[in-house]
Design a protein. Structure first.
Length: 826
């Protein structure tokens, strides 16, 4: 390539050439003129073109895939720059709830808790914290936000994303991206697209129709593009037969041509599957290495299976974003210092704002009396964040027990009981022959430690063996065999490496794995092999049994009986790489709740869970407070809500089903988790609350639900046509005796003029209002034309749903207080 003029025209012409070359891709829709037209990238600045002209082929290729970082900041990805031309190296860090590096950072509440506040302005501030910290911690690109919709309650990453509603997710992602990028950190919206579950995430082929895709999952990605996201991360899964990371319909037709995205697309980690196909379909960067976009790309360029212009196009996209962020030519602004105090303040505010009070009978909350029992393992241990790539090393984390003690004050009596022992007790020496110390065994570098002995069991019982070990690699996990059966086998797959959540990590940071077996009375063989590897390792073998569990529950019952109030912390520990198999609380927590509420009905259950939970014990509780994974300030936030220092400001961003049999993907394996690698999104546009409404199935708690410590009335509804949509005006009044937060929601019904499948009602808008006792506010919520439109697959475009449409205002999707009608005009 020589002069910039010919290069610019080449880049423009290239689009058309690629369209011809890839017209036959298995698509999401049949090619139509509107779809298949492949426009060239519009905004490649002359200075970026000039820079590309100076790059050698090797240098270009080095910008298109990840490599090993010579520094050790601990982030997920690294792309070396080209120093001689002032192109800086890029460091790419997770993630959704704060900056994930080796150093400490603000561990913000999980995104689902942020979303529960229904407050885009707060999402912007959340983004600002991450943006500044990312820059301060040596990062250039953030691998977040995640906007995949909550489609199934089982999905392992529901806590990392926002909601089941496209409008809410769109509003939040746009605001958060503005916050992140306003601080100079490049945001990456992920995982594009249809990565709505972890089960088989790297292989599953999602079959989804065009209308569903546009009306549900794609909307928040589009909002992210409109908000200027610098990067997009392609998903692991396939969509309609093609891997998302090499899907031309997704990467070119929709992202570039329809939405005008001018940033770059990277793969999810190890999600590339080809070189030529992927590059020509629109993928720009492979992460975290160069299996396909390294040497293979050079060969492809040399034997002309890809044109160098294709490579230039990808490089141009990366450099365009760096240019936009002022990172080229050594001109990047100096990195700021961390502001840990400001981060902590936002973390606290978000956790309080998103705290969702699901039930509150007979004034159980706020707590008043100073005689409180705190029960549950996560009452004593801080449960900060979920596992996997969303785990952040928090600046600090207090336990809820301490926070409750502090808040309850000096004269108060606060007792506690574990209720369930998550990390096990040492093996009883008397049961081992020969005896050994299973606590803190150290194995030297390169050494192997073995035990070959007998374990004698006095009564038949269910034993859970719990191993704690320091090795970072699963391959060095100590082997434990009971009666010849290996208890902690290493299963192949990326999910093996995850740690960081409550369940997989002990309070002192060791990795934890559990295995449950039934042991008969008598003697069993026990063999252990632990290897020191390159750095040596530490491990412990612990256990619980039916008998130890019964004792733990009995202790909890004792303290519950003696207290006036009980706060029982229940957990569910999710991580990427795996889905839940049931929405019930894991382990023996249901029994614990039953036992405790039986002796003290003034029990508040605090849920530190990732997503929806079934609650067969609900009617026996006084209150239920949903806190999800509340971040490093979670304990203080939880105590503040429990004692009524603030109103619980959150509302559910996902429907909670009654049980495993009554939700949108229940009882249909083709719908979830897929059959023979293929999954049908056969619920169509009826996702989340839309499905419950369409099917007439009552949820346990509906989308939008959340109680306040005060009460609100809704009055004076008026609806008028405005700006291609509808303006919905109404008055909300605080009718109680204390200040509180109302989140009125506006829903809109079907259009009589559309011959397309439509949902019963859809969220059209919302407003978060803080009102003093007796205060009233007249608000206007605009329902945008996009929300009033359906995607028409016959013309591959939006069709406005004109005509008279019912409008509701309510406190949830099932608590509709006002009803009116608006006229939508085209
Ligand atoms: C996750 C991504 C994450 C990446 C890097 C992948 O396993 O799916 O969300 O950004 O790892 O940590």
């Amino acid at each position: 390539m020589t002069d910039t003029v010919s290069r610019r025209s080449t880049l423009r012409l290239l689009g058309a050439a690629i369209a011809v070359a890839t017209a036959a891709t298995g698509g999401l829709t049949p090619p139509s003129r509107a779809w298949a037209q492949d426009k060239p990238d519009a905004g490649v600045a002359p200075r970026v073109e000039a820079l590309i002209a100076k790059l050698t082929l090797d240098e270009k290729i080095s910008l298109l895939h990840g490599a090993t970082d010579p520094a050790t900041l601990g982030q997920a990805g690294y792309v070396p720059g080209v120093k001689r031309l002032g192109i800086p190296p890029l460091r790419l860090a997770d993630g959704p709830a704060g900056v994930r590096v080796t150093k400490h950072a603000t561990a913000l509440p999980a995104p689902v808790l942020l979303a529960s506040a229904f407050d885009p302005a707060l999402a912007r501030r959340y983004g600002q914290v991450i943006g500044r910290e990312g820059r301060a911690l040596g990062q250039d690109v953030l691998l977040s936000p995640m906007v995949n919709l909550i489609r199934t309650p089982y999905a392992g990453r529901n806590f990392e994303t926002f909601s089941e509603d496209p409008l809410l997710s769109s509003d939040l992602v746009a605001a958060e991206i503005e916050g992140i990028q306003g601080e100079g950190l490049i945001a990456t919206v992920k995982h594009y697209a249809m990565n709505n579950q972890e089960k088989d995430r790297t292989t599953v082929d999602v079959r989804i129709d065009e209308q569903t895709m546009h009306e549900t999952e794609l909307r928040a990605f589009e909002a992210a593009v409109r908000a200027g996201a610098g990067a997009v991360m392609g998903a692991y899964n396939k969509v309609n037969g093609t891997y998302a990371c090499e899907s031309k319909p997704l990467l070119t037709d929709i992202l570039r041509t329809r939405w005008g995205f001018d940033g770059w697309v990277m793969t999810d980690w190890h999600a590339a599957h080809s070189t030529v196909n992927a590059l020509t379909a629109g993928l720009d960067m492979e992460m975290p290495d160069g299996a396909y976009f390294g040497a293979a790309l050079k060969t492809a360029a040399q034997d002309r299976s890809v044109l160098e212009q294709h490579i230039d196009r990808a490089v141009g996209r990366v450099l365009t974003v760096l240019d936009r962020f002022g990172l080229l030519g050594g001109k990047a602004s100096p990195r700021p210092a961390r502001d840990a105090e400001a981060g902590a303040a936002v973390a606290l505010e978000v956790a309080k704002a998103g705290a969702t009070l699901l039930r509150n009978e007979q004034g159980t909350l706020p707590l008043t009396a100073g005689n409180i029992a705190v029960i549950g393992p996560t009452g004593t241990l801080p449960f900060v964040s979920g596992g996997g790539s969303a785990h952040v090393v928090p600046d600090h984390a207090d336990s809820p027990l301490d926070a409750i003690r502090v808040r309850a004050g000096r004269g108060a009596k606060v007792t506690s009981a574990l209720g369930e022992d998550l990390y096990g007790k040492p093996l009883p020496a008397s049961a081992l022959s020969p005896d050994f110390t299973s606590e803190g065994q150290g194995v030297g570098t390169g050494k192997t430690w073995t035990y070959d002995g007998k374990l004698t069991v006095a009564e038949a019982d269910e034993w859970t063996f719990v191993i704690h070990y320091s090795a970072a690699s699963a391959a060095l996990r100590p082997k434990v065999l009971v009666d010849g059966k290996e208890l902690f086998p290493v299963k192949p797959g990326y999910g093996e490496w995850f740690s960081g959540g409550l369940i997989y990590t002990a309070p002192d940071g060791l990795n934890v794995r559990r295995a449950t077996v039934r042991l008969t009375k008598g003697t069993h063989t026990l063999k252990i092999t632990a290897k020191g590897g390159d750095t040596g390792q530490l491990f412990r073998l612990r256990h619980t049994t039916g008998a130890t569990r019964a004792k733990d529950v009995a202790a909890a019952v004792r303290v519950a009986r003696a207290a006036r109030h009980v706060v029982l912390f229940a957990y569910e520990d999710a991580t990427e790489g795996q889905d839940r198999t049931s929405i019930a609380l894991p382990g023996h927590q249901e029994e614990l709740i039953e036992a405790v509420t039986a002796v003290n009905p003034r029990t508040t259950v605090v849920l530190n869970t990732s997503s929806a939970t079934s609650m067969p014990w609900l009617a026996r509780t006084g209150a239920v407070l949903q806190m999800y994974y509340p971040g490093q300030e979670g304990a203080a936030a939880t105590a503040a809500v429990l004692f009524g220092d603030c109103d619980p400001g959150g509302r559910l961003t996902q429907s909670f089903p009654v049980d495993d049999d009554r939700h949108p993907v229940a009882g249909d394996a083709a719908r979830y988790p897929g059959v023979d690698g293929r999954e049908e999104y056969s619920e169509g546009i009826h996702l989340g609350y839309r499905w419950y409404d369409a099917e007439g199935v009552p949820p346990l708690f509906p989308f939008g639900h959340g109680l306040s410590y005060t009460s609100f009335s809704y009055e004076d509804l008026s609806v008028r046509t405005a700006g291609g949509g509808l303006d919905v005006a109404f008055t909300v009044r605080n009718t109680g005796r204390r200040a509180g937060v109302a989140v009125p929601q506006v829903y809109v019904g079907k259009s009589p003029d559309l011959r397309l499948d439509q949902v019963v009602r859809v969220l059209g808008g919302y407003r978060r209002l803080s009102l003093r006792a007796g205060e009233q506010r007249h608000v206007t919520v605009h329902i945008a034309a996009r929300t009033l439109s359906s995607w028409d697959p016959t013309v591959h475009d939006w069709a406005l749903g004109t005509g008279p449409r019912t409008v509701w205002v309510g406190a949830s999707s099932r608590d509709l207080r006002l009803r009116g009608r608006g006229d939508v005009r085209g």
